[in-house]
Write a protein that binds this ligand. Structure first.
Ligand code: PBG
Length: 312
């Protein structure tokens, strides 16, 4: 195995989606790689690409084919050797993937919380207020707390969504704090506590993908991997996989990793928020069945209708 030597003539090519958030995240990955391997600016370049998820902006993600829309074009580019690595929001990466690809590194995780935009507190929302969200998780969690709220789909990039709230099309919306921070908007909205809005599995984490056959990249990328993030996000994704849910299933998960111990919180909800089961489990990090145990414990508490949202 030869360790790659990237130069301005043979740069490391990073594939990324073209949205402002994706570009900011890819630039973070590029900067981390340059620093870790002492490479000059032009030895690591971005290759921005349009994904189907970005082309179709008028329908909810869950309706048009789910998470694969974000990753498909980048995977094709990896296979065709148009790029060496691809940078993804881990939240958008499917839990079950082709063995052709390998996620070798995750950058240190950012703020995992959701931010409320449009009003300062949930209590400030008028009765029957309309919340813009296409996320089944966010809709169900909001309705669990405030059954009077109405949710309507909202799409588009972060800036477009904020503009739609500012224009009065919605009373409020929820966006990931991590995305807002990375777009230079740390003061927008109110972060909601994990106790009321447990985030989506893998929220706030950036992953780096490559062809599994390129072992040299797996080694090269270890220099930018953040092991605690990698372990926690891997546990959250295993929880999601064990539930057998899809992008229509309201699921939340958050894990932390301290020394050898993973603490995993998980939650499943009915679509209207009327049924909600949450749990917390601690296990050692080499216990790979821990996430599935929490998943099965929650499914056991769930009624038939909710359980059917998760038919594996
Ligand atoms: N599905 C869109 C998406 N994918 C990742 C993020 C935010 C960044 C992150 O969670 O790392 C967002 C936007 C949002 O939910 O507000």
């Amino acid at each position: 195995m030869t360790v790659p030597e990237y130069t301005s003539h043979t740069p490391l090519r990073i594939g990324t989606r073209r949205s402002p958030l994706a570009l900011a995240q890819a630039e973070m990955a590029a900067a981390a790689i340059r620093q870790a391997h002492n490479l000059e600016e032009s030895a690591v370049i971005l290759v921005p690409m349009l994904s189907s998820g970005d082309k179709i902006q008028d329908r909810p993600l869950a309706e048009i084919g789910g998470k694969a829309l974000w990753t498909k074009e980048l995977e094709r580019a990896l296979i065709e050797d148009d790029i060496d690595i691809a940078v993804h929001s881990m939240k958008d990466v499917e839990t079950v993937r082709s063995p052709l690809f390998k996620l070798s590194a995750m950058l240190p995780r950012a703020d995992v919380r959701d931010r409320l935009i449009g009003v300062t507190n949930l209590d400030d929302l008028r009765p029957q207020a309309v919340i813009g969200t296409s996320s089944p998780r966010r809709a169900a969690q909001l309705k669990a707390m405030r059954p009077d709220l109405e949710t309507r789909p909202i799409r588009g990039n972060v800036a477009t969504r904020m503009a739609q709230v500012a224009a009065g099309e919605f009373d409020a919306t929820l966006l990931a704090a991590a995305g807002l921070d990375r777009l230079g908007q740390p003061d927008v909205g109110t972060s909601l506590p994990l106790e009321t809005m447990l985030p989506a599995a893998a929220q706030g984490a950036i992953g780096i993908d490559h062809l599994a056959s390129r072992d040299e990249l797996a080694v090269f990328l270890q220099a930018v991997n953040h092991p605690a993030t990698f372990t926690a996000v891997t546990a959250e994704r295993a929880f999601l996989e064990a539930l057998g849910g899809n992008c229509h299933s309201p699921v939340a998960a958050h894990a932390t990793c301290n020394a050898d111990t993973i603490t995993l919180r998980g939650e499943i909800l009915s679509e209207d928020g009327s049924e909600r089961h949450s749990g917390i489990l601690e296990f050692v990090s080499d216990d790979h069945e821990g996430p599935a145990r929490l998943a099965h414990a929650l499914l056991e508490k769930a009624g038939d209708r909710l359980r059917h949202l998760f038919a594996p």
